[in-house]
Design a protein around this ligand. Sequence first.
Ligand code: ADP
Length: 279
Amino acid sequence: MESVTKPDREVRVEAKPRDTSDSHETVFEIAGLTVTYGSVTAVEGVNLDIRSREITALIGPSGCGKSTVLRCLNRMNDLIPSARVGGKVLYHGIDIYDPGVDPVEVRRRIGMVFQKPNPFPKSIYENVAYGARIAGIRDLDGVVEESLRKAALWDEVKDKLDTSGMALSGGQQQRLCIARALATDPDVLLMDEPCSALDPIATLRIEELMLELKDEYTFVIVTHNMQQAARVSDRTAFFSIEVTPQGRRGRLVEYDRTEKIFTSPSQKETEDYITGRFG
Ligand code: ADP
């Protein structure tokens, strides 16, 4: 089990191995999460529990803070100097913002796939082996094959592992990025609009892949595509923008099972959004 040492104390992020039990236990407990960038409050007071081996979709109008909330789940906002994160993000009960927690280890357990496929300018093999090597995994050939198989890319690339990852199609590049994230043995994958740069066929391939993998992994996906949220997710969080005297800020309006959100939401604001009445 990896751990992180800091001068004063040590906090283990890897509370437990990937959950393969039948229960959909809570992976993230988000409480009172508020994120500011300088004087701008991006989101305020978000409370959200994310369950294991489900796909949770974050939806809402542009600028309501979906990506900001997603980035808080693996401390990617640490990389934005003006970002300040308040409230709690517990991952299997551990506060990932505890000073004793190593953000690199957090990002190994909680991987991220971005909007635009971003393979390294290296071979397909190296793209997948990269993180696994850093994580100290020895059987790189085995991990590369397993990760590419899980990402439904192995059959398409097994005879050209030495060619550049950049030479693949957009959809293949995104599956390569998924394989790269899987290679470090995460238990959560965060996906920030992973299909918005892809054509409809490549999009469906990624959606199928998520559905195939959700027995083993927990997914949180930001999407502006409501059909996508309805097709793939188990739960949906709808965010909106509130205009206050201090400025515009994102807030979580409603969080429920996806079927409920799309058929009988509790809040009128949610209904207006999903039926296309934004006013
Ligand atoms: P969404 O994903 O819903 O479109 P974002 O999380 O990207 O929303 O943005 C929420 C708010 O935070 C917006 O007002 C946006 O301008 C602001 N914001 C996002 N990222 C940054 C950043 N790196 N620096 C400053 N402001 C940012």
